[in-house]
Design a protein around this ligand. Structure first.
Ligand code: HSE
Length: 394
């Protein structure tokens, strides 16, 4: 007997899900022993040109009162998507999603509703697009203490930074190209201001923190809109490239933030370019592993969503995924110690002022200062008459 599915929201990802479930129908059926049938596509729009046009409905009641077992929520945002997700889960319909905003802001409640109704709320596609990362953290790495996660989790900003570096173009031109390629969020501020990365590291950190929920709005996030072509040239002069890094480190009060960083050539993240994402995970048994692949785009993201559809179809319950209701306390950003590169006309002045920290001269205008508290950086920059500073990742 076929398992009926509804796709809620037929945009970039939803259309990819319909496509993937269709073109891979045979293998999917062989693998799970059942057919997955897309019965409805719920959207306020019509899609007369689509070969799936006959499945489109505008009537949510028709969908939720039907015999669907799985709802694919690819609407995005945290309003209608939230209502529909609660409605589905409360009726015992499993929900799979790529919606990082909804998962990161309402994950605790939605996972609880799923568990109470013996169905699944799955979100592999919410982080890293097509890259498997959520399930590896929950399952393959379940015997580890996850000590650190450092990742490039936003394809749009990585694409913009790569274009700025390779083509020498400015930020605005590169952003327009990212939008034309369909990578950017509807409101590109979510990408360029680091909010999308903040939501994604909220999800990864919460999982690494054993379900101790780390709310996105508790995480400091800085974006890339202030990065100039001059900054890119400076990065190259010290053997680095600028990437937007999302970071988690285990601690009594976990360390979590999003910021642009100078990534040294010796770090594997240095070679992650364009829309690709990569997530480095450190575990106390594992050592280090890197998860790399396409972090955005129709079919890569649909690939992850459909993997979840298959898991939901096999009826694996999600109790093990409970998240705490309250957000746990994380280390205040000001108290976090970081390695930074200070750019200054007179590096000796920086070393003179930063004499209580380990320092290393990287070039005739760059000093690496190790382990400085964020709250002490402004004073260092001002006292040494430095030009700028940025996080550093080796
Ligand atoms: N806007 C997101 C990105 C899409 O660029 O990574 C995938 O989550």
């Amino acid at each position: 007997m076929a398992i009926n599915v509804a796709i809620l929201g037929f945009g970039t990802v939803g259309s990819g899900v319909a496509e993937t479930l269709d073109i891979n129908k045979d293998v999917i059926c062989k693998r799970i022993g059942q057919e997955i049938n897309v019965k409805y596509i719920l959207d306020i729009r019509d899609f007369p040109e689509s070969r799936f046009a006959s499945l489109v409905t505008h009537d949510a009641d028709e969908v939720f009162k039907s015999d669907i077992k799985i709802a694919v929520e690819t609407i995005g945002g945290a309003r209608i998507a939230y209502e529909y997700t609660k409605r589905a889960l409360s009726s015992g319909i499993s929900v799979v999603t790529s919606n990082k905003e909804l998962v990161s802001t309402h994950g605790p409640e939605l996972l609880e509703i799923a568990a109470a109704n013996n169905c699944c709320y799955l979100f592999e596609a919410a982080v890293g697009g097509g890259i498997p990362i959520i399930r590896p953290l929950y399952k393959c790495l379940a015997a580890n203490k996850i000590t650190k996660i450092a990742g490039i989790v936003n394809g749009t900003t990585n694409y913009i930074l790569s274009r700025m570096k390779d083509e020498g173009i400015d930020f605005d031109t590169a952003l327009k190209q990212a939008q034309a390629n369909g990578f950017a969020e509807a409101n590109p501020s979510a990408d360029i201001d680091g909010i999308d990365a903040q939501r994604k590291i909220s999800i990864l950190s919460t999982i690494a923190n054993d379900g101790g929920y780390i709310a996105p709005d508790s995480i400091s996030a800085e974006g890339i809109s202030a990065i100039t072509t001059e900054d890119m040239a400076f990065a190259a002069s010290v053997g680095c490239d600028i990437k937007l890094i999302a970071l988690y480190e285990a601690s009594d009060k976990p360390i979590v933030y999003v910021a642009p960083a100078l990534v040294d050539k010796s770090n594997l993240l240095y070679n992650v370019n364009g829309v690709f994402n990569a997530i480095m995970v450190d575990g106390n048994s594992l050592g280090q592993a890197m998860f790399y692949g396409q972090g955005a785009g129709t079919l890569p993201t649909a690939s992850a969503v459909c993997g979840d559809v298959l898991e939901a179809a096999m009826g694996i319950p999600s109790e093990a995924r409970a998240w705490s209701k309250e957000s746990v306390e994380i280390t205040p950003y000001d108290d976090i110690r970081a390695d930074i590169v200070v750019r200054a006309d007179v590096p000796a002045k920086v070393i003179g002022v930063a004499d209580s920290y380990e320092c290393e001269i990287l070039s005739d205008e760059a000093v690496l200062v190790k382990g400085i508290r964020h709250k002490d950086i402004a004073a260092l920059v001002s006292a040494s008459e430095a030009i700028s500073w940025m996080h550093y990742l080796k």
